[in-house]
Ligand binder design. Sequence first.
Ligand code: EPZ
Length: 420
Amino acid sequence: MDKLLIQGGTRLKGEIRIAGAKNSALPIMAATLLTDDYVKISNLPHLYDITTMLELLGCMGVESIIGDKLEVELNSSTINNFNAPYELVKTMRASILVLGPMLAHFGQAEVALPGGCAIGSRPVNLHIESLKQMGAQVEVENGYIKATSKGRLKGAHIFMDLVTVTGTENVMMAATLADGQTIIENAAREPEVVDLACCLRAMGADISGEGTDTIVVNGVEKLHGCSYSVMPDRIETGTYLIAAAATRGRIKVKDTRPKTLEAVLSKLEQAGAQIEIGEDWISLDMDDQRPKSVSLTTAPYPAFPTDMQAQFTALNAVAKGSGVITETVFENRFMHVHEMNRMGAQLKVEGNTVFVNGVKALIGAPVMATDLRASASLIIAGLVSENETMVDRIYHIDRGYECIEEKLQLLGAKIRRLPS
Ligand code: EPZ
């Protein structure tokens, strides 16, 4: 397994471009199952998860044409089976996103039940209950979700018990071809849900309310193809800004969308960062100052995103003062804490809260990544450590961060990949 070797102590300085959003690209790729026409998707990030989704669609017979800039044209009229196998689903939970569109367009879908992962049990009961409310027959047996519908799904008034991003996305996609109106209450408001809705509308769907907690979909007979460019990745953007703040640096991130990061930018300003924003760029300057500790609580958008909790914990670990970070979305998203404490951090977990006493610098050590965002936080910890840090199991990183060592090298970091 590849490892990343980091020599800490340099301040990140310079400019980088942000890639397309993984968590928008994945549902949009699944949405191509809703039409028999070609759908062209551009600004896809070069990530393992994108390749996995292409492989998953491919194994069901969906035709894909890949351009030299990784723009992809997908056509599901060639689909020849409706089974999303466990071998692929176990590597990427977002495979669940093929369930709604495949059921709505083809009347059947068999998707392996995604297991839990490092951050939590991550059930999909709300996806299943909602599709049942729309008239689907859904059984869960032998580790597979088996869904069928006689004729079109029916529009329904759905109340989500919890805010679920992919649950909202699955139902919204299924509703586009249902007979009648579907109202999704307590819907996820994430920008990636909005991006998916915009793509579905470009395919002829009748959707309103995306970005609010109530989404209304009037089903149509069929959807047509379109060309769509995926929004920039707000989590990648925030990760580099937090890394720059932790290293007391000065960076500019381009090709991004500042208004999707307001909660994160506000916390970075509290940490002492000078932030400037433009139409598609954000600059951060710490003026060589040590960051101040910041307390925060994660929650569904527009609150502070759970996907940037680990990265902010790394910033707090070397900040002035003490901070309190509370995780309310997932039940086990502190795996990075134990690794950071091995690097000299002073972090203490009590329930769903981590108490942080900032220290001036960490001490490099061999550490192990456990999940995508925890891996990013360990790289930040390595950047603010004296001597060397070796991060193992970085396949987690390659799932969600495009060319991370190249982008960090562009910003002056001393980091390199050691092939296994
Ligand atoms: C999406 O996961 C993202 N993944 C996650 O990003 C992100 O952390 C998460 O939303 C929260 O923002 C993609 O979009 C591909 P949820 P998702 O359903 O949809 C519970 C990353 O790092 N729940 O919003 O799977 C669930 O257990 C990844 O890129 C149920 O109980 O998350 C969790 O506690 C990690 N039953 C909470 O809801 C359900 O049926 C929110 O989960 C569904 C969810």
